[in-house]
Design a protein around this ligand. Structure first.
Ligand code: PAF
Length: 280
């Protein structure tokens, strides 16, 4: 199926108004493009819940710091639209920058709580204000019933869920398990930056946090498990931003043994930053 491609908010609203008139529900899959099977899985999951799926593609400058990879972020609009069509996305919204940040735009959506958990926010201080501002706009512009987010960006999932709740945006944020390569590496648009050798090394991030989760299930305390994983990654040449165990809902440090836990990690391999997480 060839999806309808729209670039203006007016055209988007014409389409969604038609769907509403016909009594159809719809889901949104927000992306920055460079579509891979992690994204198309979100489309598939959206189709299970709603009659229609919109995928948005917008490389959001506000979530990149000056020293980050905005300029070289992989872009392939034609390839993306093709893949999204195959996955069953009905509409692809690729807004012109002015549709998101028109001249004079001066609002920032900024959260505390999960957005200040000391994880991504500590290493990328600009990131969540950029994400929540653009995602709030995409939720409001699309007016979707469901928003599909991957668990790979676990803190992002918790932050946008909290934001929708706090701002009474009538959308259900749905978290979908991470899609992985056969050896366990989480699918990510940034994996294309890895050299052949780094690609081999990269699988250690998933294996080390999986071992940490196993050790915690086996009775090891959370701090020791995280430290062991950190040491393993460092010994393999990673520069580790963090490996930590957090409450799976609030992202706060764990208080007792019975709470739901998540092992969450971010580490550099050469010039590529990888993030991953697993449930305990
Ligand atoms: O996860 C991403 O690709 C981005 O952070 C998002 C949610 C599309 C906002 O720009």
């Amino acid at each position: 199926m060839k999806p309808k491609l729209v670039r203006s908010l007016a055209a988007l609203r014409r389409e969604t108004a038609r769907w509403r008139k016909d009594g159809l529900s719809y889901a949104v899959v927000p992306t920055m493009g460079a579509i891979h099977s992690g994204h198309t899985q979100l489309v598939t999951e959206g189709l299970k819940r709603a009659d229609r799926v919109i995928t948005t593609i917008f490389v959001n400058p506000r979530q990149f710091a000056a020293n980050e990879d905005l300029a070289k972020y992989p872009r392939d609009e034609d390839g993306d639209v093709l893949k999204l069509g195959k996955a069953g996305s009905h509409l692809v919204y690729i807004p012109e920058p002015e549709e998101i940040y028109p001249a004079g735009f001066c609002t920032t959506v900024s959260l505390a709580g999960p957005a200040k958990a000391g994880l991504e926010d500590k290493f990328r201080p600009q990131f969540f204000d950029g994400v929540t501002t653009v995602v709030a706009k995409l939720f409001i512009q699309t007016g979707a019933d469901y928003a599909m987010f991957g668990e790979k960006d676990y803190q992002q999932l918790k932050v946008v869920t909290q934001m929708a709740r706090d701002l009474d945006i009538p959308i259900e944020v749905v978290g979908i398990p991470t899609v992985r390569e056969e050896d366990g590496l989480a699918k990510s648009s940034r994996n294309v930056y890895l050299s052949k050798q780094e690609r081999q090394q990269a699988l250690a991030i998933h294996s080390s946090i999986s071992h940490a989760a196993e050790r915690i299930r086996g009775g090891l305390d959370t701090q020791s498990a995280a430290q062991l994983a950190t040491r393993t990654l460092m010994a393999l040449g990673f520069q580790v931003d963090y490996v930590t165990v957090r409450n799976a809902e609030t992202l706060a440090p764990p208080q007792h043994r019975d709470e739901p836990l998540r092992v969450i990690a971010a580490a550099w391999l050469g010039k590529t930053r990888l993030i991953d997480n697993v449930a305990v």
